[in-house]
Structures are given as C-alpha cells and as structure tokens.
Design a protein around this ligand. Structure first.
Ligand SMILES: NC(=O)c1ccc[n+]([C@@H]2O[C@H](COP(=O)([O-])OP(=O)(O)OC[C@H]3O[C@@H](n4cnc5c(N)ncnc54)[C@H](OP(=O)(O)O)[C@@H]3O)[C@@H](O)[C@H]2O)c1
Length: 347
C-alpha cells in the first residue's frame, strides 16, 4: 500500500534519490567518449533512450528494420543536438541472418562498444507467426535476436572495456509481465509452434520477457567467468502508452489503460530505468540484477532459476547452431532435455 502511494506521488524509491517519476534526462550523467547500440530506437522508450544518451554526448548506433525510420530519428536527435554522432544501420531482430549481418557490419567499422541496450520489442496482435528461422515470432524478436546480437558483440565490449578502463554495460529491457507466465516456457513454445495448443499473444509476450530476465542471469555469470569488465542487468521500464500497446485496438485495452492512467509513466519516465542502469555511476559493478523505477527489484521466482537460465542458454545455442549450419531446426533439437545437476536450485 505504502509502495503504491509512493509510486503515485513519485517519491524517491531508494537511497539513490530516483523513483518512478524520475526521467531519463535526470538520471543520465555525461557520456562523452561512449559508444552505445540501442535496439528499437525508432519509437517509444528506445527513441527517448537514444535521444538522451546522444544529448549527453554518447555516439549512438540505431539499428532498425526501417532505415528510413532510423534516419528520421537521427534527424530529430540532430535538430536538438547539432553534431550528435548517430549511426543508422539495418537490423531485423526476428531474423538471425540479419543479426549476423548487422554484427559483421558493426564490427567491420572498428568502433569501440561500451553500451548495448537490448530494447526492441513486439507484442503480437493475436495470430501465431513464425520467424524465417521457424521460431515463434515474439520470442524470436524480443529474445532470440538479442541473444545472438549480444553473443556476437560481447567480445568487442570486453576489448573496449580492457582498452579504455571503462566498464561495459548490457541492459536487457524486459517487463514485469515476465511474471505472468507460469509453467514450462520451452514446452509452451514447442506446443504452440506445433499448433497443439491455441496461440495466446499475452503468454507469448510473457515468455519472451521471462527469457530476457533468464538471459541476463546466465549472461552475467558468463561475463564474470570470462573475466570481462562488462555487466549485464535487466529492467522493467514501467507501463507507458507506446506503439507496443497503442496499436492493440479494443475496448478492453482502452478501458484498462483508462483505469491505469494514473499509474502510467510518460515516455521520459519510462526510459529512466534503462538510462540509469546503462550509465549511472551507482550501478558500476552491479550485474545480473533486475531493476524497476531506477532501483533494484525482485523478479518473479521463475526468473531466478539457475537451471532455467542454463536451459534457455543451451536451447538458444542449439537454435543458432542449426540456423548457422543450414540444418533443419527440428523441434526435437530446438528443445533438447537438459540434465539437472544435483544441488542446482533457485538463487
Ligand atoms: N510500453 C510499455 O508499457 C512497456 C512495458 C514493459 C516493457 N516494455 C518493453 O520496452 C521495450 C520498448 O517498447 P516500447 O513500448 O517503446 O515499444 P514501441 O514504441 O513499439 O517500440 C518498439 C521498437 O522495437 C522495434 N522493433 C520491433 N520489432 C523489431 C524487429 N524485428 N527488429 C528490429 N526492431 C524491432 C520497433 O521498430 P519498428 O519501427 O521497425 O517497428 C520499435 O523501434 C520493449 O522491449 C517492450 O517489451 C514496454
């Protein structure tokens, strides 16, 4: 109750002085000499994140399905910040081939990479769709494309951190909706892909957002094992009216948003947690955590399982391997069993 009142009043949520009403500009320090890739920066939360990072002096790379939309975004940033260093490059996250092509192009530029903000996302309108790699489209876009993108860029991030002494940071934009999925996410994807159960767009979205949190957990552990001076955290940005939910027609959706309107964030507020985790000195060295309202928060119990994080990693690697070697992504291979080790539990 106290938390809800705090949220509505926008009082600071923690010792850092930032809370639900903080804006991206308020939480973002100077970022000169920093290079950031921000996916989904043509609209909504990602666009505001890119604008604020560029305003603070970062070189911003905007990968986008629509190069025209990304060029428009670059023009908007430069209107406000003349001379801002903004690069536009094609990327469709639902296609693993497109992710590989983007990573090759970016790495060929020889630029450093300090920040990777995996923000792009979609919420399906209802019908089951499969990506060109045969993967459920929401999972492919919101999670799998970002998994591969991160895998391909993490070496450059580690090199940059070692050369510059500036810690690299990866931010996965998840959602509190990750806690709405209860059950076996791999089985759900397998059954839905085989059309054995009806497709439910909200469940598919929740699975993809759960995957964002599990990915963060496994990635943070691997970065530590590698000895890379790079952190990985994930965020719930808050609820905000963007294209993600604005395009979802219907009286029910409109009613829910009307009722929740007092709790909704503005877009500058919704971009704040991403910017805080990506850039604020207080988050230096913090890794594998979940943030909301610019403060650390607790993810759902399902999102804290080491076993599920390892299983997701293994399945993701298997899919990527299949698509890279032109092998059929047969579902048996997509979802192989994983042996649970004794003593492995939730942490
Ligand atoms: N809005 C909320 O209330 C809310 C709440 C919790 C979490 N989130 C999360 O916040 C993130 C940003 O969402 P938003 O609300 O800002 O949504 P948005 O305004 O719809 O923006 C989504 C962005 O993702 C891009 N995108 C979608 N599919 C893509 C693909 N296949 N390849 C490359 N880019 C793609 C879009 O590019 P195009 O221009 O090409 O479509 C757009 O730039 C998402 O991860 C979402 O799940 C949002």
């Amino acid at each position: 109750m106290l938390q809800a009142v705090r949220y509505l009043l926008g009082s600071p949520g923690g010792a850092n002085g930032f809370g639900s009403k903080s804006t991206a500009e308020e939480v973002t320090p100077d970022l000169c000499s920093v290079t950031a890739i921000i996916t989904g920066a043509t609209s909504g939360i990602g666009a505001e994140t890119a604008r604020v990072l560029a305003k603070r002096g970062a070189r911003v790379v905007i990968p986008a399905r629509s190069v025209k939309a990304a060029e428009d975004m670059r023009a908007r940033i430069r209107d406000e910040c003349p001379g801002a260093d903004v690069l536009v490059m094609p990327l469709d996250l639902s296609s693993l081939a497109s992710v590989r092509a983007f990573a090759d192009r970016f790495l060929d530029l020889g630029l450093p990479l300090h920040l990777l903000i995996n923000n792009a996302g979609k919420f399906s309108h209802g019908q089951l769709a499969l990506s060109e790699d045969g993967v459920e489209m929401t999972f492919a876009t919101n999670y799998l494309g970002h998994f591969l993108l991160t895998k391909l860029l993490v070496g450059r991030m580690a090199e940059t951190a070692a050369e510059t002494g500036v810690q690299g940071r990866i931010v996965n934009v998840s959602s509190s909706v990750h806690g709405w999925f209860a059950g076996d996410w791999a089985e759900y994807l397998q059954l839905v892909t085989r059309r054995k159960i009806p497709y439910d767009a909200t469940q598919a979205y929740a699975v993809s957002k759960l995957a964002n949190v599990l990915h963060t957990k496994a990635l943070a552990a691997r970065l530590q094992e590698m000895g890379a001076n790079v952190t990985a955290n994930c965020v719930h940005p808050g609820i905000v009216r963007t294209r993600l939910n604005r395009d979802r027609d219907g009286l029910l959706t409109d009613l829910v948003f009307l009722l929740l309107s007092k709790l909704l964030k503005t877009i500058p507020q919704a971009a704040a947690t991403t910017c805080y985790v990506a850039a604020h000195p207080r988050v230096a060295g913090v890794t594998g955590r979940y943030f909301a309202d610019c403060n650390e928060a607790l993810p759902s119990p399902a999102a804290t399982s080491n076993h599920e994080a390892a299983r997701l990693w293994q399945i993701s690697e298997a899919i990527i391997h299949c698509t890279n070697t032109n092998k059929s992504t047969g579902l048996g291979l997509l979802f192989p069993p994983i042996v649970q080790e004794a003593g492995d539990d939730q942490t």
